[in-house]
Ligand binder design. Structure first.
Ligand code: HEC
Ligand code: HEC
Length: 281
């Protein structure tokens, strides 16, 4: 009888633990979407998370790495701590600096909890054996040692700090846009070294990732979003359709497909709330 009770208690504890683990994994999938990791680490129609996507930049061509849990070719050997350091400091387990084409510059603002659930999710995915393709960069960008100096001038790191005078929704929007959603990375112009021009925050970028012009999201008079209601913005993020009936495309197409169309309405309202607030500052 006592043994039976003990057994019940243990299985109950176990199933509770599994439920907690599932919850973390489900949350991890949401964070994965929020971070838009698939846009760069999964080539459409190919094995998920295996990387290999070619990214043309003015510094040369990057090929995204395999982030599936395969041990020899992916990140299956990584500890939680190694993952946290890569995502928040842009440093690999062997101590090398990452190029900012991997937007750790924004991911560094993510909470430890979100990053750990993201890792749980990645760990739960199928391991794909696919070797990384080396980047093809021009001198002097082909040396990772220059990234130390790049970071000195262009990377401040540190977690997101919420503003207590603002609402919960505003802070959530600020977290998404500056952190996991990394919206700032495309919607802010860059200096000659490829660092963000913070004084031009979300004012648009004439030289977007696909060579396209990325519109500004602030209420600047030249930004058409200025004319849009909150519902219009919400609709554009959910369905990609804008008030004149046209559809958003280019690199934003991927963001809508992999990220914004998969977010809760609450999070989308947080994003619009934050964007609208930029007008009052
Ligand atoms: C805009 C494209 C882009 C997005 C979005 C992106 N990555 Fe990456 N990622 C890269 C590139 C490029 C590299 C290689 C950087 C380098 O070699 O210095 C990389 C490297 C990595 C690495 C290091 C892998 C290794 O073998 O050292 C990890 C881990 C990683 N990304 C995880 C993620 C996760 C998790 C997300 C989503 C939250 C994500 N990335 C989103 C482009 C991206
Ligand atoms: C990979 C680059 C990239 C990222 C990341 C990105 N965007 Fe965009 N965004 C674009 C481009 C390019 C356009 C213009 C698309 C078009 O006109 O077809 C755009 C357009 C938009 C528009 C419509 C504005 C207008 O005037 O047309 C909104 C709203 C928007 N983005 C919000 C966001 C939010 C919110 C995020 C973060 C969750 C985000 N974007 C992340 C590239 C990006």
């Amino acid at each position: 009888m006592v043994k039976g009770l003990l057994y019940c208690a243990i299985t109950l504890n176990l199933s509770q633990a599994i439920a907690v683990e599932d919850e973390a994994q489900k949350n991890g999938e949401y964070i994965f979407n929020l971070g838009g990791c698939a846009s760069c680490h999964t080539i459409e129609g190919r094995a998920p998370l295996a990387g290999g996507l070619e990214m043309e930049t003015r510094f040369g061509t990057f090929f995204t790495p395999n982030i599936s849990p395969d041990k020899p070719t992916g990140i299956g050997e990584w500890s939680d701590e190694e993952f946290l350091v890569a995502m928040t400091s842009g440093v690999s387990p062997s101590g090398e600096h990452y190029y900012p084409t991997f937007p750790y510059t924004s991911y560094s603002k993510m909470t430890r909890e979100d990053l750990l659930s993201l890792k749980r999710y990645l760990d739960s995915q199928p391991a794909v054996s696919q070797k990384n393709i080396p980047h093809d960069l021009s001198f002097p960008f082909n040396s990772r040692s220059i990234l130390f100096f790049w970071k000195l001038f262009n990377f401040d790191g540190g977690p997101f700090i919420s503003e207590s005078s603002k609402s919960k929704s505003w802070n959530r929007g600020a977290y998404i846009i500056n952190g996991p959603g990394h919206c700032v990375e495309c919607h802010t112009a860059r200096n000659i070294l490829g660092g963000l021009k913070h004084e031009m925050f979300l004012e648009g970028n004439p030289d977007g990732p696909e060579g396209e012009s990325v519109p500004g999201l602030t209420p600047g008079k030249d930004n058409r979003i200025n004319q849009w209601s909150e519902e219009d913005i919400l609709f554009s993020l959910q369905l990609g359709m804008i008030p004149d009936g046209d559809f958003l495309g280019g690199s934003m197409g991927q963001v809508i497909e992999n990220t914004t169309s998969k977010l809760t309405e609450e999070d989308l309202r947080a994003i619009t709330n934050y964007l609208k607030s930029l007008s009052r500052e």
